[in-house]
Design a protein around this ligand. Structure first.
Ligand SMILES: [Zn+2]
Length: 198
């Protein structure tokens, strides 16, 4: 069985970025938990680095979990932070990521950008800060990326995150399936209309 590692960033005393009482660690955990069953429905195994706010492994421990489990892809899920105007979606890969790793991240980005219009911040290498790479892209032995799904510091991005939560979860699942070459078959759910757009 093909296995993917989902890594909801931060947790515990590390809230990640925040806006008032809205914490990145909560947004990303909720989202990862929504992606998990969608992948499992496609026959993809899912390793979660954390499923609650209590057991919070270090970055290297998270990567070790994926390495030990033989995951073929690792996605760390985050939300960005900057001034109130900054918005959009980006994925970060290792500064020396090869073509296939960049392409896999692009699949996820393309699916997310198809949900509703926002700024395409691209698949980028390294980090936006002054260090070379995110730990999740260093300590993993498989293809990996760090997703920044909108800015928690931007009201419109938070609105998109909440409004299109289910669609974003499905977009991530679709992109991941494409990355690991699993055909994504959508479940028929009469309860929820397809991709409601404003
Ligand atoms: Zn983060």
């Amino acid at each position: 069985m093909v296995k993917i590692c989902l890594d909801p960033g931060h947790g515990g005393t590390d809230s990640g970025a925040l806006l008032g009482k809205r914490y990145e660690k909560d947004d990303v955990l909720r989202l990862a938990l929504a992606v998990k069953p969608l992948l499992e429905a496609q026959g993809v195994g899912v390793v979660m680095t954390r499923t609650d706010d209590k057991a919070v492994p270090s970055i290297s421990e998270r990567c070790q979990m994926a390495n030990m489990a033989g995951c073929v892809y690792y996605l760390s899920i985050h939300r960005d932070a900057a001034g109130p105007a900054a918005h959009g979606i980006s994925l970060w890969v290792h500064s020396r990521a090869n073509g296939p790793t960049v392409r896999k991240a692009q699949y996820i980005l393309d699916e997310l950008l198809a949900v509703t219009p926002t700024q395409d911040r691209g698949v980028q290498k390294g980090t936006p800060q002054n260090y070379e790479n995110f730990g999740v892209n260093v300590y993993t032995t498989m293809a990996s990326a760090l997703l920044e799904l909108g800015f928690i510091t931007n009201a419109d991005d938070n609105d998109r995150f909440d409004r299109y939560f289910d669609d974003y979860a499905e977009a991530i699942a679709r992109g991941l399936c494409k990355a690991v070459e699993v055909t994504y078959t959508r479940r028929t759910s009469p309860q929820r209309p397809r991709r409601k757009r404003r």
